[in-house]
Design a protein around this ligand. Structure first.
Ligand code: URA
Length: 253
């Protein structure tokens, strides 16, 4: 098992970035953490529930327990992606996680294995979590905007993201995370209702309804833009600063 210093070196972050003490991680949001001035993003507005079949679907998904969620996602045909994907990819991690990480959509490897972030981007994500003393099994849950792979890994269509939104919202409700990290533009755009760039959204704290939300670069982008890894690491440190003290049984980042 690599040491924390080795992981940070591999990420190209050592010796610049040093972790603060764990005790510090438990502090409430300090005054110097910048709060975003995003005004009532779309994610905070409760849409009127549509009538008929669509309304019934929303109500059904909103009442799903963990035990039924994955099967429901697997049976979903609300958009065309169910016809081209191999496996649905509901999410992975601690069902009572303090941190919820939201990516874009499964790629080829995720589509084959049914688990998010298992390719190269996932390795980078795992290393960054490890540098924080966390993992996808401890204190963290990883989900995507889309639960099914778009053909050729194309960007999700807005209609696909909207069709899949109720599943992500149910996951957020079931987990009750203390913090959401939006990985990349698709997640930031769906959760904050903005087309703004990651560069303009990162470095401050937004809210999804009442839950603090931090935006950072998608790990796949970081693989192609190595200098921005240091910024992503800064974002994760901001996220850790924001997360409230751990009052739960699950371990924390
Ligand atoms: N990229 C994502 O956004 N999600 C995955 O699960 C894999 C790659």
């Amino acid at each position: 098992m690599a040491t924390r210093d080795e992981i940070l070196r591999e990420l190209g972050l050592a010796p610049t970035w040093r972790l603060r003490s764990r005790a510090h991680a438990g502090e409430a949001l300090p005054a110097e953490v910048p709060e975003a001035d995003v005004v009532v993003p779309a994610g905070r507005v409760q849409p009127l529930r549509p009538a008929g079949e669509a309304g019934e679907r929303l109500a059904r998904i909103a009442a799903l327990e963990w035990s039924a969620l994955a099967a429901d996602i697997d049976a979903c045909n609300a958009c065309g992606l169910c016809r081209t994907r191999n496996r649905s990819v509901p999410g992975v991690g601690d069902p009572r996680a303090r941190w919820l990480l939201v990516g874009e959509a499964p790629g080829a490897e995720e589509d084959a294995r049914g688990e998010p972030f298992v390719g190269q981007a996932g390795k980078l994500l795992d290393n960054m979590l490890a540098a924080l003393g966390a993992s996808r099994r401890e204190g963290v849950y990883i989900a995507n905007v889309l639960k099914c792979r778009p053909p050729g890994n194309r960007t999700p269509e807005p209609a696909e993201a909207e069709a899949c939104r109720p599943y992500l919202e149910r996951q957020i409700a079931l987990i009750g995370p203390q913090l959401i990290v939006a990985l990349g533009r698709s997640a930031a755009s769906l959760l904050l209702g903005t087309d703004a760039t990651i560069a303009s959204l990162r470095g401050r704290v937004h809210r999804w309804r009442s839950t603090p939300l931090v935006v950072t670069y998608h790990p796949a982008y970081l693989l192609r833009n190595l200098p921005d890894k240091a910024k992503a690491w800064e974002d994760l440190l901001l996220a850790r600063q924001v997360a409230a003290p751990d009052t739960r049984t699950s371990s924390a980042p």
